[in-house]
Design a protein around this ligand. Sequence first.
Ligand code: UDP
Length: 416
Amino acid sequence: MDIKTHRRPNLTNISDYEQYAGAETVDRVSAKAETLTGLHVAHVNSTYYGGGVAELLSSLTLLMNAAGIKVGWRVLQGSPDFFSITKKMHNALQGADINLSDLKVNIYEDIIFENVVRNHLDHDIVIIHDPQPLAMINHYKKQGPWIWRCHIDLSNPNPDVWKYLKGFIETYDATILSIPEYRKKLDVPQMFFMPAINPFNIKNKEMSEAEIDERLDYYHIPTDLPLVVQISRFDRWKDPEGVIEAFKIARKEVDTTLVLLGDVATDDPDGERVYQSLLDQREERIVILSKEDTSLVNALQRKAAVVLQKSIREGFGLTVTEAMWKGTPVIGGNAGGIRHQIADGVNGFLVSSIDEASQRMVELLKDGKLRKRIGEQGRETVKTDFLLIRLLEQYLDLFSAFECDYKLDMSRLVEQ
Ligand code: UDP
């Protein structure tokens, strides 16, 4: 990297993964990266903070640069009405209704165009994340392949919004979805990359007991009883009300404290409303916090006896993987990507109702051995399948498989 600075903090390198992934994997991935040295790549998404996509990009873009690829990250600028429309599109892609009026389409396309004017994307490869910046492709003379990376559960999209967005999607050279169940009828190659976590960042690195306790004390979170924790954007699809209900049933049988921690992404106008609607439910043993504190996320995921991610729709739940990495047993909603993250009864539990969630909570809270077994299996699963080096390798393989006409040489890619 040709960066001039008098002090350069350490960036995570591929070689740092040797302790988890082994020397053979590190050598293989490093060799693949070397063949792509200097490749110029841009990622575009709609928020620098809040939610899994920003979390993923903040680590992935640094690791790619450390690996020698010139990777930039652009963030869309949008007005509140733009983000209100794109959140409606997001919800509609996950199956909600939408009134896709001309007014909405015009606002969406106008703001997209303003962003196009500001962003000169003449990179070797451009990767567009999710529906918000999707339509940008319409205005560029492509200098290389464009990839649409969709992080949303696409299994049952609203037909109107799908029809509209499909027109843009089919002008891309490849799409990446999180799991094969999201495959659509499309005239574009479809890859499946599950997201992954950075074990070295503030959210996931080791913490001492003293550091954990300091963070929890700071927010006056009581630790005299075992903690049940859900950490999520305040979003209806994450079912925070269902979590509270399940907790209320479970505590009739076992003493426990619930912590719901959330933050509000800059591209998600619903968050504040959902947060406010939950506040009536606060009580001594139901802590509801809206904070932007990554160390607190880490501390809670480590301190919790049980982590819940009771989503109803979930493209892929990074929070599930984060907690599993910390050896904490996770109860996940039996939805979307979570089904690929948790093998029910082996490294976590999948639940389809409030009753099931409360039963699993009680079972885990009463049985320390079960918590330990499930937690250890969870950590092992993340170590083998969900660390960022695996995702980096998938991207490197994809970049290498593009031919001069931007078509993919599928024989160079693992069967998708
Ligand atoms: N997150 C956070 N603070 C919070 C709530 C969530 O840092 O108060 C993070 C969480 O740790 C995870 C991301 O936001 O890294 C959420 O990603 P996920 O894939 O679980 O859900 P999404 O928000 O993308 O639907």
